[in-house]
Each structure stands twice: as C-alpha cells, then as structure tokens.
Design a binder for this molecule. Structure first.
Ligand SMILES: C[S@@+](CC[C@H](N)C(=O)[O-])C[C@H]1O[C@@H](n2cnc3c(N)ncnc32)[C@H](O)[C@@H]1O
Ligand code: SF4
Length: 397
C-alpha cells in the first residue's frame, strides 16, 4: 500500500506546494424533482407536486452559490451541468433567471459547456428552442431504452417514439451536441434487445452516448423486489458486442460508461474524472474544491428539497478536508475510470503530493496486470478496467 512509504500523514495540513495547481472549475446544479420516481433510481429525486416551486428554488440556488463564492474567487467556470431529477421540468424563464444570476456571480469561460438533462415526456419543441437561446449548448436526454416492454418495466413515463422525437427536437432546436443516456442489463433483456436499443440510439446520431449497466441500488423498489435480470454470460456478451458496435460507428469509449464522437467527450464529466474542482448547488449537491494553499475538501448540501427551501435551515450539510493519506485513492478512483488514464504528473499537479508516494502500490498493481507499466501514464489495463475495485484496493489509505 502506498502508505508503507510512511509519507502519508493522515492529517489535514497543507502539503508541499511545489507542483500543485488550482484545477479547472465546474458548477453542478441539482434539480430534485421528477414526474414520478423510477423503481431503479437512487438519485436524490422526488415526485413533484402539482406546483413546482421554481422561483423559490432559483432564489435558494443563487443564495447557496453566494455562500460558496469566497471559495472560488476569480476562477472562471469551464462547464455547468443541470442534473437531476428532471431539470427539463423547469421553465426556460426560471432557468434563464438562474443562469443570469450565476453569470453575475462567476465568470464564464468563453467556450463554456452548459448541459441540461432532459427527460422525454417533459418538454416540447418550443421549450428546447428557449433553452438553446439561454446559452444551454448541450442536452443529455434520458432514454434508457426504446423498447416498449423495457420502458414499462423501468416505470418510465415515455415510449420509444417519444424518445426518438426528443432527439429530433434537440437537433431542430439547434443542439448539435447532445447525449443519449441508455441502460443495458435490463429486466428480461436479450443480447438482441440490447443491440437493438444501441442501433436505434446510433441512428439518432448523438455526439455522445452514456451506456450504463443497470445496477440494483439499496433503497429502491428494484432492490426490495428485484426483477429478473440477465445472467452474467448474457451481460458479458452485451458488453462485448455493444462496445464493438459503438466503436464501428465512431463512438470511442473514453470512460467506463461513456462513448463519444471525436472531440465530443463531455467536458463537465471529464473534469470530474481528471480530479478537477466543482461547486455543487441545490438539494443534496456535492462539491470538491481546492484552495490556493493546496487543501482539498469535499462538501455536500442539505438533501431534502423541503429542508433546502426552508429559510431557517442552512444549505451546507457537511464538509470534510481530505487528508494526504486519502488523496491517492480519491484521485485514482476518478482517473482510472478513463480508458486512457492520465499523464502521471497530473497526480502531483492536482494533489501537491510526490508521485513517488504511489510507487509501491503501482508496482504491485502492474505486477498483477491491472495497471499499465508505462511510468508516464496512470492507466488501467483492460483487466484493470474490468476489475476496477480490485485495482483501487492497492491505493486505499
Ligand atoms: C441523474 S440520472 C437521471 C437522468 C434523468 N432524470 C432520466 O431519468 O433520464 C442519469 C442517468 O443515470 C442512469 N441510471 C439511473 N439509475 C441507474 C441505475 N440504477 N443503474 C444504472 N444506471 C442508472 C440513467 O441512465 C440516467 O439517465
Ligand atoms: S431515473 Fe431520472 S426520472 Fe427517474 S426518478 Fe431518477 S432522476 Fe427521476
């Protein structure tokens, strides 16, 4: 383990500054409401009542951001991501006021990427056009599947045609950059079903595809009443054949579940996976921030929307400064998700710690065939990608 070197302190003191650099900054904005709760979903999302408290929530988000501002003074935003929940339930008017308020508080990089998650069944053409005119320049459309039986099993509110129309609408509204979220390993799904979903998605020509394997998460309906999921050998075949199909159509895998056309990787997500900084505003939002003296902290906001909106309660729910002994694991659990990993020197730039701290753990993981041997890169082998948790064990504090 890395701490056999004895260099990891475990305290929260600022580390050596020699090569530490403040990383790029992103902003995550959480919108916690959905039309209804899906049975597989463990995100902080809640069935909306008859009236969405849009204006109160926008006020709260801006006050939440105000409280965070001293921590990011003078740093521009490279990306903003509206995630949920279902951000497309919000009107363009409310999102416009919000974006304007954000820009008054934090500078936007000239080429900022602004993504909004949109669910089929919660918007129409005019709404997409209005979103585009606000400067939102990327959509992430939650399709999950195009097959009627699968959408029913997943408790989705839309059918396959609506999902296809959503992609058409995105393009017609001027979104030349959009992602489709798909899941596989669905209840009773065959290899052909999964490939059929992928072929339909590819036919919509999205610039990006997120292709997640369905997992059963605690505190969900599926956890308590598990549906019949495909056997492991079918899951394996789906994974192999799906990756080949995506590659054949020009979608390069760059992360565990992310595939993109050339130059279309999601900047916001890449910032997470390269251990960049991000502010998080909204109910339950998480943040990771570095200070100029090299301290790195994680923090999270009040989770329940009603508490978040309660003026008597504070937005912040917790914060933890990461100890030097935790940083190797924190860094690697992000960067090793990337298919090509990262340049080794990024470890020192992001953490302020010497690369030599990883030497023992690295050597052991290389010997096991889980990590590439090239000293200039930190990258999982194919085996390491398949057994990422085993690989990360080497870097535990
Ligand atoms: C923030 S979530 C939801 C976005 C959007 N509200 C929707 O439902 O389309 C982002 C994505 O995570 C994926 N996801 C959610 N729950 C999952 C689970 N249990 N297993 C695998 N993927 C999941 C879905 O593909 C979903 O689109
Ligand atoms: S999957 Fe999406 S629509 Fe369904 S409950 Fe979760 S966040 Fe909401």
């Amino acid at each position: 383990m890395f701490n056999e070197h004895g260099a990891a302190s475990g305290n929260n003191a600022p580390r050596g500054q020699a090569h530490f650099e403040l990383p790029p900054l992103a902003l995550y904005i959480h919108i916690p409401w959905c039309v209804k709760k899906c049975p597989y979903c463990d995100f902080n999302s809640h069935a909306a009542g008859p009236v969405l408290p849009e204006q109160d929530y926008v006020d709260a988000l801006l006050a939440d951001l105000d409280a965070d501002l001293p921590q990011v003074h003078g740093r521009p935003l490279g990306s903003i991501f509206f995630g949920g929940g279902t951000p497309s339930l919000f009107s363009a008017r409310a999102l416009g006021r919000l974006l304007e308020g954000v820009e008054q508080r934090v500078a936007f990089a000239a080429d900022i990427e602004i993504t909004l998650e949109a669910n089929p069944g919660t918007f129409e053409q005019a709404k997409f056009r209005d979103y585009r005119s606000l400067g939102i320049n990327r959509l992430s459309i939650g399709v999950q599947s195009f097959q009627a039986a699968k959408l029913v099993a997943l408790g989705r509110i839309h059918d396959g045609d609506e999902a296809i129309r959503a992609a058409d609408m995105a393009r017609a509204a001027g979104f030349d950059n959009f992602n489709l979220d798909l899941m596989h390993g669905l209840p009773e799904q065959s290899l052909e079903d999964a490939l059929d979903d992928l072929r339909t998605a590819i036919a919509q020509a999205p610039t990006h595809l997120s292709w997640y394997q369905l997992t059963l998460e605690p505190n969900t309906v599926f956890w308590n009443q598990p549906p019949s999921l495909p056997e492991d050998d079918i899951l394996w075949d789906i994974q192999e054949a799906g990756q080949a199909l995506l590659a054949a159509h020009g979608y390069a895998q760059y992360e565990v579940s992310a595939y993109a056309q050339p130059g279309k990787a999601a900047r916001h997500n890449l910032n997470y996976w390269t251990f960049g900084d991000f502010l998080g505003i909204g109910a339950g939002a998480h943040a990771k921030l570095s200070s100029p003296d090299g301290r790195i902290s994680r923090s999270w906001k009040t989770r329940l929307p009603k508490d978040y909106l309660d003026p008597g309660k504070r937005f912040g729910a917790g914060e933890r400064v990461l100890g030097a002994d935790e940083l190797p694991f924190e860094f690697l659990m992000n960067v090793l998700r990337l298919t090509d990993g990262v340049a080794s020197e990024l470890f020192t730039r992001r953490s302020g710690l010497p690369l030599s701290l990883l030497a023992d753990a690295r050597a052991q993981a290389v010997k096991r065939g889980l990590l590439h041997a090239d000293p200039a890169r930190l990258a999982a082998t194919r085996e390491g990608q398949l057994f990422l948790n085993d690989l990360l064990q080497y870097f535990l504090p």
